[in-house]
Design a protein around this ligand. Sequence first.
Ligand code: UTP
Length: 239
Amino acid sequence: MKVILSLGGSVLAPELSADQITAHAEAIESLADAGFEVGIVVGGGDVARDYITTARDLGGNEVQLDELGIEVTRLNARLLIAALDAKTNPTPAEDFAAAGEALNRGEIAVMGGVTPGQTTDAVAASLAEYVGADLVAYATSTDGVYDADPNEDPDAIRYTTMSPAELVELVVPMSRDAGSSAPVDLLAAKLIERAGIRGIVFDGTDPDDVTEAILHGRHTGTDIIPEGSDEPEEWITTE
Ligand code: UTP
């Protein structure tokens, strides 16, 4: 089974902790040990936000700010690469072809952002489509997709399952707000819908939860299930 894991910067490195990054690297290696082909897209987290805010105050334009954000995602990707003992591309892949080639060599492919105007949510969905992944897993610091922002609305309800089309419908109005509270960005939702890829959005703060979600499909977040898609065989047969 081929899986693309989107690992938020706030999940991998909420602060610079070697122990936390090592724990995530070990969880990823356990997926590879179980025979999964794994690509990782690393986000920028608070460090990217801090750089972007500062550069905006300095008068940088939005493309320059996105480029700063991309650099930070690649710095975080380098931290993960440093922690992985398994074979991986030695520097973050800068395009989908390089990530695809790493997977074809049997390596864990690691990348950050690629181009201005999006976030790593969309990079993960694009990479999943590019390499024909069976699953795109979003390990975030919130525990799934809600019908409203759970930080603002105490009555917000979490979806257990939803279709890609329902995800798009939900994210469209959320994406109009500045500082969007959308669980994944709109482009990512549309790419997931277009590609018909199965997805999971879950709290990946604890690396063990990442392993459980991907190896066995066990998590407390939201499954995004395209019409007519079957549960991956590995989830049915593995203990
Ligand atoms: P992230 O993917 O970490 O953004 O990329 P995010 O959604 O704000 O982070 P989380 O999920 O809440 O942790 C950081 C920034 O890098 C730029 C964007 O400005 C983004 O906000 N970026 C990233 C791009 O412009 N293009 C990319 O392909 C990736």
